[in-house]
Each structure stands twice: as structure tokens, then as C-alpha cells.
Design a protein around this ligand. Structure first.
Ligand code: ADP
Ligand code: ASP
Ligand code: MG
Length: 460
């Protein structure tokens, strides 16, 4: 297959002209390895686009168009800084056409006063469409022979708007048809992450934070030698560095551990990223575009032995606990099935589950439409729900073998009200649910204890 690497740059790595310049020089250094570049929207742009879409959907055309104008200015200013006058004039009308399309779309949405998942995706897609154009132009200005690829022509997905699933066979054959020849010609293909299109060519997105997933899809489809996820921190850290300044870089971590961490809140890596890459045994690296000489984190099929109990601590806020109590249904056959079916009907994913004879507690993301679900569930049983909770998750392969680790953890938290505990599902995570406001102090305390003497083979 193609002899190439995939380099994905996140929002902060393309957040302004200086950041994009850095991207161009990082790519330049990798030219002998035949890079394929995948970019996110500029930092915060997806949030802003979704805000415009919601404003338009509620009929507030003025707000939507004002926000669109700010976005236009930011992209024009960045392009102006990156490109010389001649190139900028050429590029200006290209960007202008995109913004006219966006504004027309917003006018349409506000005229109808209704925002569907399908139009949401159309609006959100502009972020990556614009950033990929900008980065291609900047790289060309740097003398890199780059070619823009419209991801909607390569990444074929199903129709699940806002979280579409890729159709791998079709996607892979498109990648081979459209991207591979460019690599062979020595050009650098540039694609927007996060976006794709269904079989009918309608724009879709693959879920928030999905550009990492795009990079993995492209890497797996092309049989790349490695995938590099370039972000704004030195790699995967022992905990979120924003939460705990003592966080250390993890030099190497297993696929399974990284996936658990991502799933439970370490947003540095999108959980699904890991899957297509694991299947093809492609190594994934997390690297810092502000500090490109740092070795980052290597995600390997198997992690070497680690002296410490854990590799990292993740926390996921904005969690709601749903308690379902069914006294009448004591031990009733099919009760759990009925509950899970209700979650399935509402398309709501469950993170943590614990059961007793007469009740079940589950956690879900607070962003989901919980009242509708609760109304549905209350036909089966008594339902209570409570928001402002958080999941704390400690991850490490040692949990499989070393006895008594849980006692160590909970022994440190005797003053904390713990709502749910779960260990075992994957054997490598220990997970519990607490009040959201306690997260910083709990994570800092546990970090101090479990990473006091970090194994130098594993941590930097
Ligand atoms: P990008 O825009 O490059 O996709 P993200 O914002 O999605 O970047 O992810 C990077 C951020 O993830 C970091 O700035 C950091 O705040 C956060 N993060 C949370 N947990 C971790 C962790 N364990 N290691 C590193 N970063 C983490
Ligand atoms: N721009 C998209 C988002 O913010 C995808 C990504 O950055 O990974 O969710
Ligand atoms: Mg991200």
C-alpha cells in the first residue's frame, strides 16, 4: 500500500497564522515520509458555527449573520497574514464564495425557523472546508507541492447526521482512487477532518472531536506507516494538564489504555481513533505542534511493564446519574432488557452501570435529552435523575494483575461521597462517580499519591 504517513493538526495547531506557519514547517520536515495532512477547523470555529446554526434555527437571523461575519473576518485576516498580496487576492474570492454559501444557508435556516441534524452538519462542515483551504494555500506559499482534497469526496458515511459512521469499503476505495496517486506524484494531499458525505453526496460529520477519527480512517485506508496527532500539549499526560500542573508526559501507552482514557474524558485523543489503527497495527503518535522536537506519546499495541499502578487519571464532567427503581418488578425477567431498549430508542449511550436486586443506576452525558428518556422509562419503573456529576477513571494494565489496588484508591478518598463504582468491564480501568465540583481536588490528590515516583521507562 501507499508508503506515507498521516499528520493530523487539531484546532489549536491551526488556530492563527503563526500556528499555520508552524504546521507548514513541520510538514516540510516530514516530506521524505510522504505526508497526508488532515486538519481540524481553526480553534473554536466548530462551536461558533453550531452557535450560528442554533441562532438561525430559532429565527434569529441577525445574530447568525453577525457571527458569520466575524468568522469571515478571522479567516480573511489569517489568510492575509499567511499569503503575499498576489496570492491573497487569488484566494480571497475562493474564501468569499464559501462565506456566501454559509450566509445563504443561514438565511434559509432562519426563514424556515427549523434546524435539522442534516442542516446542522452542513453548517458545521464549513469549519474544516475553510481551514483545509487555508492550510493548503499556506503550504503552497511555503513551497510545498500540496493539493486540496474535498473530504466529502473520500469519506463515505451512513446517514446518521452529526455522528455518522464511515463506510470503510467505499471510503478506502475512494482514498486509493483520489489520494494515493497524489502521494505517488510527490504531492502533499490536504483534507479537512470531521466531515464526510453519505452515498448521495449529502454532507455529514462524524462526531465532535472527530478529526482524529478522520486521520485514523485515512491512515488505515491508505495503509500508512504511522499516524501523527499534532495538538497543543506534549502528548498524552498522566492527567489533564489544565487540571493538574504536575501532569507528566506518558512516553508509551497501550491502545487499550489510550482508548479507555479517551472514552472517560482525556479529550486529547478521540476514542474511535484507536480502532481502525489497531486493526491495521499502525502506530499512532501524539505530538505537540508548539514543541515539535518533543518525542510525544507513542500508542503501541502492547505497553511495556510499568512500575506504577496506573498510567493516567481521566475525568469526564457533565454527567447525569439516572436511578431506576422497580419494586414491583422484583427480579422480573426482561427488566434490564426493557431499560436498555429505552436507551437505544433514544440513541443515548450509557457510560457506567451498577445494579441491585431492585434498582439500576446508570450514567449518561448531561448533553443528552434526558427528560424525554426519563418519561419513557417511567412507564417501566420509578425514575430519578441528578446532574452535575463526574466520572473519575484511573487506567492501567496493572489493574489486571496486582491485587488490592482499589483499596489503595478508596483509602485515599474516605471523606468523599462516591455515588457509583465500577471495575472490571475492561479489566484496566477503575471508575467511580462523584459530584462534579470535587473533580479538581480528587484528581490532584490521587495524582500526587500515584505519580509521586514515576517509572522513568514510561513517564517523562
Ligand atoms: P486538538 O484541538 O488538537 O484536537 P483537543 O483540545 O481536542 O486538541 O485536545 C487537547 C487537550 O486535551 C489539551 O489541551 C488538554 O487540555 C486536554 N487533555 C485532557 N486530558 C488530557 C491528558 N490526559 N493528556 C493530555 N491532554 C489532555
Ligand atoms: N472541528 C471539530 C470539532 O471541534 C472536529 C475536531 O476538531 O476534531 O469537534
Ligand atoms: Mg481533539
Amino acid at each position: 500500500m501507499a508508503d506515507c504517513i498521516v499528520m493530523k493538526f487539531g484546532g489549536t495547531s491551526v488556530g492563527d497564522a503563526k500556528a499555520i506557519e508552524r504546521v507548514a514547517s513541520i510538514v516540510c520536515e516530514r516530506l521524505p515520509q510522504h505526508p497526508v495532512v488532515v486538519v481540524s477547523a481553526m480553534a473554536r470555529v466548530t462551536d461558533q458555527l453550531l452557535q450560528m446554526a442554533r441562532a438561525a434555527g430559532s429565527g434569529d437571523r441577525k445574530t447568525a449573520l453577525t457571527l458569520a461575519r466575524e468568522l469571515r473576518e478571522r479567516h480573511y485576516n489569517t489568510a492575509g497574514e499567511l499569503l503575499g498580496t498576489a496570492l491573497f487576492t487569488q484566494f480571497h474570492s475562493d474564501l468569499g464564495t464559501e462565506f456566501e454559501d454559509l450566509e445563504e444557508l443561514l438565511r434559509g435556516i432562519s426563514a424556515v425557523g427549523e434546524l435539522t441534524p442534516r442542516t446542522t452538519d452542513h453548517v458545521a462542515s464549513f469549519g474544516e472546508v475553510l481551514s483545509s483551504k487555508l492550510v493548503t494555500a499556506a503550504m503552497s506559499a511555503h513551497g510545498i507541492a500540496s493539493t486540496l482534497i474535498d473530504s466529502r469526496e473520500c469519506i463515505v458515511t451512513d446517514d446518521t447526521f452529526t455522528r455518522a459512521a464511515p463506510l470503510f469499503e467505499e471510503t478506502n476505495s475512494k482514498l486509493r482512487e483520489l489520494v494515493q496517486p497524489l502521494i505517488k506524484q510527490g504531492r502533499v494531499p490536504v483534507m479537512g477532518g470531521f466531515i464526510g458525505a453519505n452515498r448521495a453526496g449529502i454532507t455529514t460529520t462524524i462526531g465532535r472531536g472527530g478529526s482524529d477519527f478522520s486521520a485514523a480512517i485515512v491512515g488505515a485506508g491508505l495503509g500508512a506507516d504511522k499516524i501523527e496527532i499534532w495538538t497543543d500539549v506534549d502528548g498524552m499526560m498522566t492527567t489533564d494538564p489544565n487540571l493538574c500542573p504536575d501532569a507528566r508526559r506518558i512516553k508509551v501507552i497501550s491502545f487499550d489504555e489510550a482508548a479507555e482514557l479517551a472514552y472517560f474524558g482525556a479529550k486529547v485523543l478521540h476514542p474511535a481513533t484507536v480502532l481502525p489503527a489497531i486493526q491495521k497495527n499502525i502506530p499512532v503518535y501524539i505530538l505537540n505542534s508548539r514543541n515539535p522536537t518533543c518525542d510525544g506519546t507513542r500508542i503501541a499495541a502492547r505497553a511495556p511493564h510499568c512500575r506504577n499502578f496506573f498510567k493516567a487519571i481521566a475525568a469526564k464532567k457533565r454527567i447525569t446519574i439516572i436511578d431506576i427503581a422497580a419494586p414491583r418488578m422484583l427480579l422480573a425477567h426482561g427488566f434490564l432488557k426493557a431499560i436498555f431498549e429505552a436507551f437505544d430508542r433514544h440513541g443515548i449511550a450509557i457510560d457506567v452501570v451498577s445494579t441491585s436486586e431492585v434498582s439500576v443506576s446508570l450514567t449518561v452525558d448531561s448533553n443528552e435529552s434526558i427528560p424525554a428518556l426519563a418519561a419513557d422509562l417511567s412507564r417501566l419503573a420509578d425514575v430519578k435523575y441528578e446532574g452535575r456529576k463526574a466520572i473519575v477513571c484511573l487506567v492501567g494494565e496493572n489493574l489486571r494483575e496486582v491485587p488490592g489496588i482499589a483499596a489503595h484508591v478508596f483509602g485515599q478518598l474516605t471523606d468523599v461521597k462516591i455515588r457509583m463504582i465500577s471495575q472490571g468491564a475492561s479489566e484496566i480501568n477503575l471508575t467511580f462517580v462523584v459530584d462534579e465540583e470535587q473533580v479538581p481536588s480528587i484528581v490532584q490528590r490521587l495524582h500526587k499519591i500515584f505519580f509521586a515516583d514515576p517509572d522513568p521507562e514510561i513517564f517523562a
